[in-house]
Design a protein around this ligand. Structure first.
Ligand code: 26V
Length: 817
């Protein structure tokens, strides 16, 4: 058949069409006379997988031959986004694919629209992990991503009657086309049981887990190609499979249904992603997920290490295990258990290996997001690991007591165990004590870590703390999502920017060119027209492409202050109602984002935005001056539509609360101008683009702290600012909820009577002024074009290639193969 002509590595370009048809028939079992769009998509994906797996095998051989130190990036979340276009770009097959699809009667846009993205993450943290894999591949790093193949990813969000409704994300329903399931390749993972202590013939104290139950971890591999470099990395996701015990129990007891129930329970472990990104749920299943990832991954790492036949003390020279947040931090006691209980290394030697192997990235300073586990739960699920944590803690506290003999309170504060009415294992403390590197994700955040939340650890281990400012991949976030702008850039400065984003600096001289400004703004306007069409189709709202697109998309959380934004929207509405000829710049406010299903206030704010939108969009006095759009189900696919069409990017978190942000970078790379607070990576963006090109406002983090200490009274702002007062009175008086005047009372209460924890009222006036500056700037279109171009031109630093280069050099000590 056609397969034989397609020999590895030298596939001629014109076989893509033949390969698609081959897969339609032989892999998908469909008539290849007139395949439908979904079938063609799947066949194309399979044809690309063929090419990826060849390059992956070659890359693995290269890593093995070089005997390189390997990087293991462990994350409970990955948000890769749709693969099709990304893989075509990386493999250099975009044109061939277009041609092949044209011959088959389809367009690439249509076929790409058939892909359902794997939503295996909540937001920033998961998307960062995927940008990092893309850059690790671009840099040819000897690296592996490890995670969980949730059967259900982040829920699909619908807006019904102005409220968020969650639907299960059954992303696997169309079958799998990008991954290889390794059905014959499984690791056992053991939970529960009890620890038996005994003494062996050599008189050593031994620990053995008895009883408990075993679940199998099946590897599912997905490929991440480097940009045009023939290098492919593997993202290995584990799926839970019941062990053979299922069959035995069936034979032994005849309890067939009971055995099936056990199978279902076991396979639950990888069933669903926890949709929470602010307050950990403390649920047994979540802890099991974490250990499931860790245990299976450690078995893979150890198996690969053993192949080399070198001594255990070489382990840190050959492996570095990176912990994306504390979620996989149980890897630390798991490695100790392997070394001490199974390999019989002395504790000191095992610990020496551990602390040279692990590196930890912190992604949040919100106290409620710091992970802790009730000790009882931990003991039940992982009894031996709890013992090991106690021993780590005993030795750690012993050392601290010697280093700081005159601070008795210190021990309780840094202990791995929080002792109160209930005892908790503090995962961040475990991660810091067990790692040689602890990093924050922006300069500002890393300083906060050192100066406040982990200050005492910083005093104990100053050399461990460092910063690695986040980055984003320019292949997806410019080249793929904004092909026309990418093309305009390439026409002027060549293609090098794709792998060396600092090259965008070469655009700066064009910022003053009227011709280039015009071309730039034409591309942007076309992008805005396309988004207007999408909004019309989805929401039935007509928006003016020439209006200022003011966009706030990200997870809903009070600290991200979507509420501050909508208060300002209402302010503009009131100004128009008072004076329809006020000369306000026409604006389209676009919101998007999911709220954790149990987060009452966040869901309520979504509802308020939709209610305000309904009122404004249907008020004839407003007309085209103001539109408010809520786009449902914000996800990577939707972000790719929005980023290229945004004028003003909202990055308005309470100062000190957003660790970095990465949406801020995606917008600016596509030529949006930021309105934002002095928080996270906004501060570094300001340093790079200059303060004429970015609108910052509001309290600084130390001012937030000072104000809180002095006793912040939000009511004074309500009393002294009449515009603000009018807005709040409208909300609490039912202006936006005439059928139920009390509907949004809790929101206003949280601001006026419950302390306004996120200082929305304190920043309101400064925000409103800055918004006026933005509107004025928009009236000067050549000036806006210049600002927009300079934002793009100066985003070089925020490439994830730069971030990964720094991790590789400063933390991991690895180079490209
Ligand atoms: C906590 C939990 C608790 C258990 C359930 C699942 C879950 C998932 C995530 C988290 C903590 C998330 C922390 C986080 O997402 N931080 C974000 O990380 C981005 C990448 O570094 C950064 O840009 C954002 O500013 C930061 O909020």
């Amino acid at each position: 058949g056609m397969r034989e002509t397609a020999s590895p590595a030298t596939l001629p370009a014109d076989t893509l069409k033949a390969d698609i048809l081959w897969h339609v028939l032989y892999s998908l079992g469909r008539d290849n006379e007139r395949p439908d769009r979904q079938t063609v998509f799947r066949a194309l994906a399979l044809a690309l997988r063929d090419r990826l797996v060849e390059k992956w095998i070659a890359s693995q051989r290269a890593i093995y031959a070089k005997s390189s130190k390997r990087v293991y990036y462990l994350s409970l979340e990955f948000l890769p986004g749709p693969f099709l276009r990304q893989n075509l770009i990386a493999l250099g097959l975009e044109k061939e694919a277009r041609d092949a699809l044209t011959e088959l009667g389809f367009t690439l846009d249509d076929v790409a629209g058939e892909e359902w993205e794997p939503g295996l993450g909540n937001g920033g943290l998961g998307r960062l992990a995927s940008c990092y894999l893309d850059s690790m591949a671009a840099l040819r790093l000897p690296a592996y991503g490890y995670g969980i193949r949730y059967a259900f990813g982040i829920f699909h969000q619908l807006i019904r009657d102005g409220q968020q409704v969650e639907r299960a994300d059954n992303w696997l329903r169309g079958g799998q086309h990008w991954e290889f399931e390794r059905t014959h390749y499984m690791h056992p993972v053991r939970f529960y049981g009890s620890v038996r202590e005994w003494v062996d013939e050599q008189g050593r104290l031994r620990h053995t887990l008895e009883g408990g139950s075993t679940v199998m971890a099946m590897a599912c591999d997905m490929f991440i190609p480097g940009y045009r470099n023939d290098y492919v990395l593997n993202m290995r996701l584990w799926a839970a499979k019941s062990s053979r015990e299922f069959e035995f129990s069936f034979f032994n007891t005849g309890d067939y249904i009971g055995a099936v129930e056990k199978k279902i329970r076991d396979e639950n472990i990888s069933m669903v992603l926890y949709p929470n990104d602010e307050a950990p749920e403390g649920k047994e299943l979540r802890l099991k997920q974490q250990f499931f990832l860790v245990s299976a991954t450690m078995q893979d790492i150890v198996r690969r290490f053993r192949k080399k036949g070198v001594a255990w003390d070489q382990f840190p020279r050959k492996n570095v295990i990176h912990l994306n947040e504390t979620h996989p931090a149980v890897a630390i006691p798991e490695l100790m258990r392997l070394l001490v209980d199974e390999e019989l290394l002395p504790w000191e030697e095992a610990w020496y290996i551990c602390v040279r192997t692990f590196a930890y990235t912190n992604h949040t300073v919100l106290p409620e997001a710091l992970e802790v586990w009730p000790e009882e739960l931990f003991r039940k699920v992982l009894p031996r690991h709890l013992q090991i944590i106690y021993e780590i803690n005993r030795r750690f506290l012993h050392d601290v007591r010697r280093q700081f003999p005159h601070d008795p309170g210190l021990l309780a504060r840094v202990s791995l165990i929080h002792e109160g009415e209930q005892r908790f294992v503090r995962m961040s403390h475990l991660a810091i004590v067990g790692s040689f590197s602890v990093n924050g994700v922006s300069a500002h955040h890393s300083n906060i870590i050192k100066e406040s939340i982990f200050n005492e650890f910083y005093k104990i281990f100053p050399e461990r703390f460092n910063n690695k400012t986040n980055g984003i991949t320019p292949r997806r976030w410019l080249r793929q999502c904004n092909p026309t702008l990418a093309w305009l850039i390439t026409e002027h400065i060549g293609t090098e920017w794709l792998t060396d984003l600092e090259q965008l600096k070469k655009l700066e001289p064009y910022a003053e060119s009227a011709g280039f400004q015009k071309a730039w703004m034409e591309v942007r306007l076309r992008n805005k027209q396309k988004l207007a069409e999408y909004i019309h189709a989805k929401n039935g709202i007509t928006i003016l492409p020439e209006s200022l697109y003011d966009v706030h998309v990200k997870r809903f959380h009070e600290y991200k202050r979507q509420l501050l934004n909508i208060l300002h929207v209402i302010t503009l509405y009131n100004r128009i109602r008072r004076d329809p000829d006020a000369g306000i710049v026409p604006r389209t406010f676009i919101f998007g984002g999911k709220a954790a299903p149990g987060y009452y206030m966040a869901k309520h704010i979504i509802q308020l935005i939709n209610a305000v939108g309904y009122t404004i969009n249907t008020d004839p006095r407003v007309g085209d001056m103001l539109k408010v759009v809520f786009l449902q189900n914000y996800c990577v696919t939707l972000a790719e539509r929005i980023m290229p069409a945004t004028d003003l990017s909202e990055q308005i978190s309470t100062a000190g609360m957003e660790a970095s942000g990465t949406g801020n970078m995606k917008f600016a790379l596509n030529g949006a101008i930021t309105i934002g607070t002095h928080d996270g990576a906004n501060i570094e963006m300001l340093e790079h683009v200059g303060d004429e090109n970015l609108f910052l406002f509001g309290l600084l983090s130390h001012e937030v702290e000072d104000l809180r200490r002095q006793g912040y009274n939000p009511r004074t702002f309500y009393e002294t600012d009449s515009e603000l007062r009018e807005v709040l009175d409208m909300i609490s008086g039912g202006y936006f909820s005439p059928g139920d005047p009390h509907m949004f009372r809790d929101i206003v209460e949280s601001l006026l009577n419950h302390g306004d924890r996120y200082m929305v009222l304190a920043d309101f006036r400064s925000y409103a002024y800055r918004q006026q500056d933005a509107a004025r700037a928009y009236l000067d279109q050549p000036g806006w074009a210049r600002r927009s171009m300079l934002n793009t031109a100066r985003m070089g630093f925020f490439s994830s290639d730069r971030s990964m280069g720094e991790y590789a050099r400063d933390i991991w000590g690895v180079e490209g193969v």
